[in-house]
Design a protein around this ligand. Structure first.
Ligand code: NAP
Length: 292
């Protein structure tokens, strides 16, 4: 057993260590603590990152604690929209998109930011997207971030399919007003989805479908139109079924691990002013998730 002092030195934690964390529900499968702690070590930053399960009815109390105890935190499902009322200020990306995944805490003030939107922008560039028509699955915080990025990239029309159709319709109405999109809110059903995909240049999965090999009949994976580009925000050991099927058919694909690493790297830059090496960080994340 190491002495207390050497043990503490060994893990790099001392009285000056800054705390960053993830709050959401669930968080147990998140690899964010692994990639963030790897990045702090790589950047020689005296910080540590933990994950806390915070239920919806605990959010206010958790945020008041974090306001004074930590230097920043990430926010995930289901708090990306509801957190906004608890913050003091928002960056441009967070304000326009209406979604926050990253918060900086400084002198008791909380500044909300949206690095999901920045990650989506980077991956739309990687996919070579320059406007057109997009189909989005999901109508939550991640879908809002994607809409912001699509607007920035000059997309004009979006089909939003969601399990709860009323939410898709609400988001479509909002996107028409906010971004001037021609936008449609639709159910997450194979027939309707197939029609949207036929008219689309890009498919974005902004739901957890695929995280646990749980694609059901709602996703017509086996009949993706030729040339469709895919941005799958879900990730799974060995790749999601959507991603694997799309790659097999030679579609251009950006996956959820790339998205995860980019949003994390931009969050770290926002907090500590240094960007970790993205390729190395992606390697760490892919090894954790068993990607080839
Ligand atoms: P959110 O605001 O809570 O929204 C969740 C969305 O997923 C809603 O549209 C919800 O539909 C839908 N959904 C949940 N469970 C579903 C199911 N079993 N079948 C079909 N749809 C379902 O969460 P979010 O922040 O938008 O994140 C959504 C997902 O995007 C995450 O679970 C994650 O997979 C992915 N994501 C990945 C990254 C990354 O770094 N790779 C980053 C952000 C998000 P209802 O409206 O019907 O509830």
């Amino acid at each position: 057993m190491p002495s207390g002092e050497s043990y503490i030195r060994g893990v790099g934690i001392n009285s000056l260590t800054r705390l960053y964390c993830l709050i959401g529900d669930p968080v147990s499968k998140s690899i964010s603590p692994i990639i963030h702690n790897w990045a702090y070590s790589r950047l020689r930053t005296n910080a540590v990152y933990l994950a806390f399960r915070v239920r919806e009815d605990e959010l206010s109390r958790a945020v008041e604690g974090l306001r004074v105890l930590c230097s920043g935190f990430n926010v995930t499902i289901p708090h990306k929209t509801s957190i906004i009322r608890l913050l003091d200020d928002l960056t441009h990306e967070a304000y326009i998109s209406g979604s926050v995944n990253t918060v900086k805490a400084k002198n008791g003030e909380l500044l909300g930011h949206n690095t999901d939107a920045l990650a989506a922008l980077t991956l739309l560039d990687k996919l070579g997207c320059r406007g057109g028509v997009a189909t989005i699955l999901g109508a939550g915080g991640a879908a809002k971030s994607v809409l912001y990025a699509l607007w920035k990239k000059g997309f004009k029309k979006v089909y939003i399919h969601n399990r709860t159709e009323s939410r898709a319709k609400g988001l479509a109405e909002g996107a028409e007003k906010l971004y001037g999109f021609q936008a449609y809110g639709l159910p997450l059903e194979p027939g309707a989805l197939q029609e949207s995909l036929k008219r689309s240049d890009l498919l974005v999965n902004a739901t957890p479908l695929g995280m646990y090999e749980d694609y059901d009949k709602s996703l017509p994976i086996s009949s993706l139109p030729e040339g469709l580009r895919i941005l799958d925000l879900a990730y799974a050991r060995g790749g999601t079924r959507l991603e694997r099927e799309a790659l097999r058919r030679r579609h251009k694909v950006a996956n959820g691990v790339e998205f995860l690493v980019l949003q994390a790297a931009y969050a770290i830059d926002f907090w500590v002013g240094k960007t970790p090496p993205i390729d190395e960080m992606l390697g760490v994340a892919k090894r954790c998730l068993g990607y080839g």
